[in-house]
Design a protein around this ligand. Structure first.
Ligand code: ADP
Length: 735
C-alpha cells in the first residue's frame, strides 16, 4: 500500500518551520520567503538581514501570510534582526500604496524607507553620571557647585558637568568615590533639541489669524484633512503654518515639512529656530552620512520631533507623524524621475490619508491640480491675498524686446539697464534672473555651421567660461572649450550663441564696473558656499545678483527692489501644455523676491511675446483669470486633473531596439476602451547617457483604471531583452 504517515509519525515530526515574507531592496515583483530561526522574534515591519545569493542584504518583514513557492529545504534563514522599532502599519500600507500606484517593485520603494543601514543598530551608549541621595563627607565650594549643577536629576557626562560647574574633574572623581554620584549608561544626545510650541509666538494679523484658525482646527482634530494655503509671496504663509506645527507639537506628535530646495534654506531653519527655540532636523542628500544615520534613528524612535526635508523625507519611518506641510507645493522638484517615479506632493496626501492626520499644502502659485481640488471641495482653500504689513507687491512691467532691443552682442534692453542703474545708485539691490547655467547654451562654427553636441545625449554642449569647458547638462560630459572646428578645421571662428548667467554677468560688468555683482548658479559653488552667498546678499553685501532659479525660491532679501527677468519666453518654447503654468509660477516667484520690506519695488520682464496670456496675467496681477483660462483649456483636452496620463519610456543602447520594442508594446496592448495610446515617439530628450529613448503616452479619463491598463499592457508586450529597459511614469511632468 501507500506510505501514509502513521499517527506516531505525525505526532513526532519536527514542527513546520515558520517562514515570513521579506521585501529585499531589489526590483523583484514580490517579497521572498525566509525561515525564522527558533527564538528569533520578528513581526511585520521588522528590519532584518537576510542572505540573497552570495550577499547579505537588508530586508523588511512584510505583511500577509507567507506561502513559499519553493522547496522548503531550499529556504534560507533570517540572519539578524536589527534593534530598531518595526515600521508601523500605516507606513507599510504607504509603501505598498506607492508601489502599486507607481507600478514600482515594492522592494525598491521599501529601500527608500531603509536608507541608512548603519543606523539600524542602536548607537553605543555613553557613560553618564547621576546624583544619588548620598552626601559627601565634607563640603567645599567646588563640590557644592558640582552638586548644585547636577541637582536637575539628569545624566551628565564627566566633562560636561566639570565644564558647567566650573570644577576640575578630580572634584567629580572624589564625589564619585564617596557614592554621591552613580554612573549609568545614558542614551546618546539628540541630533537636535526639541522645538517648543510656545517659545516665541508671533501675533498674527487678522487675515493670518483666520487662516491659522483653519489649519489649527485641523491639527487639533487630528484626522485626515488637506488645507491649501494660497497666498501671494510675502503674505505670511509661513507664520500661518507655523501655528499648525505648534498645535501638533502641543499634542505631542511629529511634524514633517517638505521643501523643494532644502539645501538652500538655512534662512528657513533660522526662522524656525527663532519661533520654536530649536532647529528642525534636516533631511536631504547633502547630509553627512553620520548625521544621516542619527537623524534616521531618532526619527524612528521619536527623539526628533520636526524634520525639514527634501522629497525623500516622506519615506522616513516616523514613530508618530501627525502633520505634513508641503511648502511650494507646485514645485517641479517634488517629482522624482529615477527608479521609483513619484510626486512627493501627491504621495504626501496619500501618507496623510493612510496615517489619518492633516496635511497643509502651501504656495503663492498653486498647481492647477491643487487649485481644482480646492474648488471642488476636496481640499480646504485658505487665502492670504495681500502682503504682510506695509510691504506691497512689486509693480510689474513688460519690456517689449521688439521695441527696445538690446545693443549688438548684448541681451539686456536699455530700459532694464537704466532701471538697474537707478536701483544701484539708490543703494538698493537688483536681481537679474535667467534660468540657464553657464555662459552660452550653444557653440557654433561660423564657417561651416557645426554645432557642438554631447556625444551621449541629444543636447548641445553649454559653454562654461569660468571653467573653460563646454559641458552637457544631462550627463555631465565635459571637454575644454575648443578653438578649432572639428568639422572644417577652421581656427578661431567659433561663436558662443545665446546667453547664460555668466554672460549676463559679463554684460552687467561692462555697464556697472563699480557695482558688486554676484553670480549664483549651482554649478559654480557647493551648497555651503551658496548658503554664505545668500546670507551676504540678504545683508546687502552685493548690488547686483545674477542667478538661475536657485534665487527664485523663498528667499527674503530686504534690500532687493528690482527684479529683471532676462528671457521670460524661455520656458514657453517647448510646446508642453504645462509650459504656461510653469512660466507663470516661475515669473511670480522670482518677481516676488522684490520689495519684501515696504520699499517701492519693480519687476521688469523682457519678452518678445508681450501679448501672451502668461505675460498679461503677470502684469495685470489677475491670477484668477489666468487660472480659469488654463483650467478651461485642460478641461477641454481632458488633461490632468480632468483626465489621467501615464508614460512608458523604452530605452536601449541603439535607437532601433528602443523603437522596435516601443512599437511592439503598442501593438500588443489590450483593447483600450476609454483609454488612448499615443506614440511611440522619441522622448522629449531622445538620448541620455548614450541611451536612446522612445515614449508612449497613455491618456485616460478621470475614472479610468490607468494602473490596471498599464500593467496589462506591459504584461502583454514582449519581455525586454538585451539592453532594453522599460520604465513607467504615472502622472508625467511634461506631456
Ligand atoms: P510667505 O511665506 O507668504 O512668502 P512669510 O511668512 O515669509 O511670507 O512672511 C513675509 C515676511 O513678513 C517675513 O519677513 C515674515 O517674518 C514677516 N511676517 C509675516 N507675518 C508676520 C507676523 N504676524 N508678525 C511679524 N512678521 C510677520
Amino acid at each position: 500500500g501507500k506510505d501514509s504517515p502513521t499517527l506516531l509519525d505525525s505526532l513526532f515530526a519536527a514542527p513546520a518551520a515558520r517562514t515570513v515574507p521579506v521585501l529585499v531592496p531589489m526590483p523583484a515583483p514580490k517579497p521572498y520567503s525566509y525561515l525564522v530561526p527558533e527564538h528569533m522574534h520578528v513581526e511585520p515591519g521588522s528590519i532584518v538581514q537576510v542572505p540573497l545569493g552570495p550577499r547579505q542584504v537588508m530586508g523588511l518583514v512584510w505583511d500577509g501570510e507567507d506561502k513559499p513557492d519553493v522547496d522548503p529545504k531550499k529556504l534560507k534563514s533570517i540572519t539578524h534582526v536589527f534593534d530598531c522599532p518595526p515600521l508601523k502599519r500605516d507606513m507599510r500600507a504607504f509603501l505598498d500604496w506607492v508601489a502599486a500606484y507607481t507600478l514600482s517593485p515594492p522592494g525598491l520603494v521599501a529601500r527608500m524607507a531603509l536608507r541608512a543601514p548603519a543606523a539600524l543598530d542602536p548607537e553605543p551608549m555613553v557613560e553618564g553620571l547621576r546624583l544619588t541621595a548620598a552626601r559627601p563627607d565634607r563640603m567645599t565650594p567646588a563640590r557644592a557647585r558640582v552638586i548644585e549643577t547636577a541637582s536637575n536629576g539628569l545624566f551628565w557626562t564627566r566633562s560636561g558637568l566639570a565644564h558647567a560647574a566650573n570644577a576640575s574633574s578630580s572634584v567629580i572623581d572624589g564625589l564619585l568615590a564617596q557614592g554621591v554620584f552613580e554612573t549609568a549608561f545614558m542614551p546618546p544626545p539628540p541630533v537636535v533639541a526639541a522645538p517648543e510650541p510656545d517659545h516665541a509666538p508671533v501675533s498674527l494679523d487678522p487675515g493670518q489669524a483666520r487662516a491659522a484658525d483653519v489649519v489649527c482646527a485641523a491639527a487639533r482634530r487630528g484626522g485626515f484633512d488637506v488645507a491649501l494655503i494660497d497666498g501671494v509671496t510675502g503674505s505670511g504663509k509661513t507664520e500661518v503654518y507655523f501655528e499648525a506645527i505648534a498645535e501638533t507639537l502641543r499634542r505631542g506628535r511629529q511634524v514633517l515639512i517638505l521643501l523643494p530646495e532644502i539645501a538652500l534654506t538655512a534662512a528657513f531653519l533660522d526662522r524656525f529656530e527663532a519661533r520654536f527655540g530649536a532647529k528642525p532636523a534636516e533631511w536631504h542628500s547633502e547630509l553627512a552620512p553620520r548625521t544621516r544615520e542619527k537623524v534616521w534613528r531618532q526619527v524612528t524612535e521619536g527623539g526628533v520631533r520636526v524634520v525639514a526635508g527634501a522629497r525623500s523625507a516622506l519615506f522616513l519611518p516616523f514613530s508618530d507623524l501627525g502633520l505634513i506641510i508641503v511648502d511650494e507645493e507646485h514645485d517641479p522638484a517634488y517629482k522624482q524621475e529615477d527608479r521609483v517615479f513619484y510626486n512627493a506632493r501627491d504621495m504626501a496626501v496619500v501618507r496623510a490619508r493612510l496615517g489619518d492626520f492633516p496635511l497643509v499644502l502651501v504656495s503663492a502659485t498653486p498647481s492647477l491640480e491643487s487649485r481644482v481640488n480646492g474648488e471642488i471641495g476636496r481640499y480646504r482653500p485658505v487665502h492670504l491675498p495681500t502682503r504682510f504689513a506695509e510691504a506691497a507687491l512689486p509693480d510689474l512691467g513688460l519690456i517689449d524686446m521688439r521695441r527696445h532691443p538690446p545693443a549688438r552682442g548684448g541681451f539686456l534692453s536699455p530700459v532694464l539697464i537704466e532701471a538697474i542703474g537707478k536701483t544701484v545708485r539708490r543703494g538698493e539691490q537688483a536681481l537679474l534672473f535667467l534660468n540657464r547655467r553657464g555662459y552660452a547654451p550653444l557653440t557654433l562654427c561660423r564657417v561651416c555651421g557645426h554645432r557642438f553636441q554631447c556625444p551621449q545625449c541629444s543636447s548641445w554642449l553649454v559653454e562654461h567660461r569660468f571653467r573653460s569647458q563646454i559641458q552637457c547638462h544631462h550627463c555631465g560630459y565635459a571637454e575644454r572649450t575648443p578653438d578649432v572646428c572639428p568639422e572644417c578645421g577652421t581656427f578661431d571662428h567659433l561663436a558662443a550663441c545665446g546667453p547664460g548667467v555668466e554672460r549676463i554677468a559679463e554684460e552687467i560688468d561692462g555697464h556697472f564696473p563699480e557695482a558688486r555683482t554676484i553670480v549664483l548658479s549651482s554649478d559654480l559653488m557647493g551648497v555651503k558656499r551658496l548658503r554664505l552667498e545668500l546670507e551676504a546678499i540678504a545683508k546687502g553685501e552685493a548690488d547686483i545678483v545674477v542667478g538661475t532659479q536657485l534665487v527664485a525660491k523663498g528667499h527674503n532679501f530686504p534690500l532687493m527692489t528690482l527684479v529683471g527677468v532676462v528671457d521670460a519666453d524661455l520656458g514657453l518654447a517647448n510646446g508642453d501644455p504645462r509650459a504656461a503654468e510653469r512660466t507663470f509660477q516661475l515669473l511670480s516667484q522670482v518677481t516676488g523676491r522684490a520689495g519684501r520690506t515696504g520699499r517701492k519695488s519693480h519687476g521688469l520682464i523682457q519678452t518678445y511675446q508681450p501679448a501672451h496670456p502668461v505675460m498679461q496675467a503677470i502684469v495685470s496681477g489677475d491670477r484668477e483669470q489666468f487660472y480659469e483660462r488654463e483650467t478651461t483649456e485642460r478641461e477641454r483636452a481632458l488633461l490632468p486633473p480632468f483626465g489621467r496620463l501615464a508614460a512608458i519610456i523604452v530605452s536601449a543602447d541603439t535607437r532601433g531596439e528602443a523603437e522596435t520594442h516601443a512599437r511592439a508594446l503598442r501593438q500588443a496592448a489590450p483593447v483600450p476602451g476609454d483609454i488612448r495610446i499615443l506614440g511611440p515617439a522619441e522622448a522629449p530628450l531622445a538620448m541620455i547617457r548614450g541611451r536612446h529613448r522612445f515614449r508612449l503616452l497613455v491618456h485616460g479619463k478621470r475614472s479610468s483604471d490607468m494602473q490596471a491598463f498599464m500593467r496589462a499592457m506591459i504584461a502583454a508586450g514582449p519581455k525586454p531583452r538585451g539592453t532594453l529597459s522599460v520604465q513607467v511614469d504615472i502622472d508625467p511632468q511634461s506631456f
